[in-house]
Ligand binder design. Sequence first.
Ligand SMILES: [Zn+2]
Length: 366
Amino acid sequence: MNMMRAARLHTFGEALRVDTVPVPQVRRHDVIVKVRACGVIPNMNRIFSGISHHDMPPLPASVGLDAAGEITEIGEDVFDFKVGDRVYINPLLTCGSCHYCSSGRPTICSYGAFRGYFAFSPQAVRMLTDYPHGGFAEYTRAPARDLVRLPDEITFEQAARFGYLGTAYAALQRGEVKPGSWLVINGITGTLGVGATHWALAMGATRILGLGRNREVMQQLKALAPRRVHTLALGDQPIEDWIRAHTDGVGADVLLDCTGRGSAMSTTVDAIEALKEGGITVNVSALLDPLPIKPAKFMDTQLQYRGSNWFSVAQGHEMAELVRAGVVDLSTIKPQIYPLSQVNDALEAVKSRPGGFTNIVVAPDQ
Ligand SMILES: [Zn+2]
């Protein structure tokens, strides 16, 4: 039996252990991928500590969410992919047959689970036992339908960031961002916000108004498109006044709320107040507080408040194509690469939430 190294969670709250385990075996509709990079995100520390409400696979569990690499084996019923293809594995496992999957909304699948991470419901844990191989490993197994083919223009490290990038991309589509859109991004200096800025520029948004705290990252964002990106450090000016001053007094078309868990909800409320009539708020934040919004105003001015989570494989293909064609340049985002043996150091490094233009990944073959 061929063996490989894989980082596994044995006990909640303890460091991952790099174990020697069997290389996964291919199945009819699956492929085996030699992992070249896997993303590391701050929330992993919460999930692996066990203090979360999510449903976890049986331990020890092979972990690692956003993996990219090369196909080394394909199942007999796999079409359209071949050995040697470079791919990103969208880690959202879906059933393909529930009410939501069959109506084209896989990101709210009744049996949805993140491979190498957690399930969204007790009935979805079965997905994780069916696909028990995470991305912090030399090899992993994935359904062919979850693969995004990577052109040569995308590095494996960039693809390992697709979770964040795709969440931002899908949220902008939920907000109907289009050429000429005036967009406010709350939390622009975080990982979601920086990704959203890149995509929004590609989608043709002409005024991107970012609210954040990290002035250095705000300068970097401004440099991407000085005539289109404007930023406000929270506390410098009243938010509503500043947004109106940058939108000819009428307000923005779309608010993308990317703030983190525990952020002040007053920023979100102030930004909603600065939307145009008919404006759309899209929430991709983990804000827990209830929002004091005025339903009558939503009626009078046809405002909308929408939620968005994750992204589809199809949206992954769109993102890959935009990068291939040079419409979006991901080289602005700098990788910090840790070998698999230092996976716990990578998890430690991400605790400080460097976010922004820093991309922490684990690369098993280094
Ligand atoms: Zn489903």
